[in-house]
Design a protein around this ligand. Structure first.
Ligand SMILES: Cc1cc2nc3c(=O)[nH]c(=O)nc-3n(C[C@H](O)[C@H](O)[C@H](O)COP(=O)(O)OP(=O)(O)OC[C@H]3O[C@@H](n4cnc5c(N)ncnc54)[C@H](O)[C@@H]3O)c2cc1C
Length: 413
């Protein structure tokens, strides 16, 4: 019973934790109230972001804050009535985004990001899913030459400090790389390291299948039934109660609700995002994902069509979807690319699980024996799932972790 775990949440993070524990011959039951990969891991932008060494900071320029406050932007929107619930985490987010503190977040984030491609490849090859990881990178498009130049300077700093690779493209090179863009841009930064996943849901499912093929068990159940049991922990599932010595909470945005019952209440907050798919007209192609910097949406070629994903929406946790950003982005996207019909009946919505200091929460929960945390991966949970999975498994088994887990320790909150 000692080497046994209940993993709560079968998103990219929970599936990866389960796989890594199973590889160390632990008895693992992965519990979710839905099928694997049906939360935020289902419909994201599909980028394995080796370049994302700088986590998303809270904007601090007054002009930027005024723009967001008007609540008409494509990249950020909010429900005014939800704002009181966000005051505390957003103030803390703003505080951690001050230049000297942000530096700490960058160091912690960059160290996690550094091995994301290798960690995915190690799982994807065994899962027969390496074909989903397209080594084509992605591009950030710029309208203004001055913005492109500033971004190139930051990209060069990222290359120097963190070893990420990119190519700068002027208008002509961009037109050659993406011949069906219909608007002339000042240029682009092509981040050349990242993988673009053609179907993020399929990737999570492939890892989940590898987990069951190696003897792991997936069960349907609600994390709200987690309680202390004779062996350590117990949860109710559709197949009856399951007991294990340890529990890993990997419930994405629902994680804090689960840990709060056991005395640990991290300041997790959600940034919602949406997607919708489109067909392209005629023979048009999009060779790789492109992010329109000035508008703040991503267009990514996927199995299901061209996936348009939006930036951030702040809303109450149970508020119904309000995909206004998709509606704002669509006409801009149609001017950029020859999009034809939508292919989904309704937009998809997911929630990014965020922390005020921009770092995930990975490690042993304070105060409770055998309760582990693996959540708070914000904008990069698809990227970091396998990295976190390995780190958690190494800590739980008492191996030397492959990187210092101190910056992510739960008791910092
Ligand atoms: C629009 C958008 C675009 C994004 N693009 C990218 C990207 O390009 N690259 C990237 O790296 N990241 C991206 N992200 C972020 C990424 O999707 C998330 O960080 C990641 O999916 C989080 O994974 P997770 O396993 O922690 O959570 P989830 O995938 O949300 O999994 C949590 C699981 O917990 C289960 N659960 C919840 N409550 C309970 C309960 N009570 N009982 C049982 N089970 C429960 C859910 O059913 C779910 O399966 C994007 C997110 C959004 C919204």
């Amino acid at each position: 019973m000692r080497r046994s775990a209940i993993v709560l949440g079968a998103g990219m993070v929970g599936v990866s934790v389960s796989l890594h524990l199973r590889r160390r011959r632990w008895d693992v039951v992965l519990v979710d109230r839905q099928g694997p990969g049906e939360g935020a891991s289902f419909g994201n932008g599909g980028l394995i972001q080796r370049e994302a060494v700088y986590p998303h900071a809270f904007p601090r320029a007054a002009a930027e804050l005024r723009r967001i406050a008007r609540n008409r932007a494509i990249d950020v929107a909010y429900h005014p009535l939800a704002l009181p619930g966000f005051v505390s985490p957003l103030l803390r987010y703003w505080w951690h985004s001050a230049p000297e503190r942000y530096l700490r977040a960058v160091q912690g984030h960059a160290r996690l990001i550094a091995t994301c491609l290798d960690e995915h490849l190690a799982l994807a090859r065994d899962a027969g899913a390496a074909g989903l990881l397209r080594p084509i990178g992605w591009m950030r498009l710029y309208d203004r030459a001055s913005a492109l130049e500033a971004a190139l300077r930051q990209a060069e700093a990222a290359r120097r400090d963190f070893g990420v690779n990119y190519a700068g493209l002027d208008a002509r090179a961009l037109a050659v790389a993406e011949p069906h863009l219909m608007i002339e841009k000042a240029g682009a930064i092509h981040w050349t390291d990242p993988f673009s996943v053609s179907d993020p849901y399929a990737l999570t499912l492939a890892y989940a299948r590898l987990f069951t093929a190696s003897g792991g068990v997936i069960a349907t159940g609600d994390a709200a039934t987690l309680q202390r049991g004779a062996a350590g922990w117990r949860v109710q599932t559709a197949d009856g109660p399951v007991e294990a010595a340890t529990t890993v909470v990997a419930l994405g945005i629902a994680s804090a609700r689960a840990t709060r019952r056991f005395g640990y209440a991290p300041p997790l907050f959600g940034k919602r995002g949406y997607h919708r798919h489109y067909r392209l007209r005629g023979n048009a192609v999009l060779n790789r994902p492109v992010l329109d910097t000035d508008s703040g949406f991503l267009l990514a070629p996927m199995r299901g069509g061209i996936r348009l994903t939006t930036g951030v929406e702040f809303a109450r946790p149970d508020a119904p979807p309000t995909p206004v950003q998709l509606d704002r982005a669509e006409p801009v996207a149609r001017r950029l690319l020859p999009l034809s019909d939508r292919t989904d009946a309704t937009p998809w919505m997911g929630v990014r699980p965020c922390t005020p200091d921009m770092l995930p929460i990975i490690g042993k929960a304070p105060g409770e024996d055998g309760l582990w945390c693996a959540f708070g991966h914000a904008h990069q949970g698809l990227t970091l799932g396998p990295t976190t999975g390995r780190l958690v498994a190494e800590m739980m088994t008492g191996e030397a972790p492959f990187l210092d887990p101190a910056p992510y320790r739960p008791d910092r909150f």
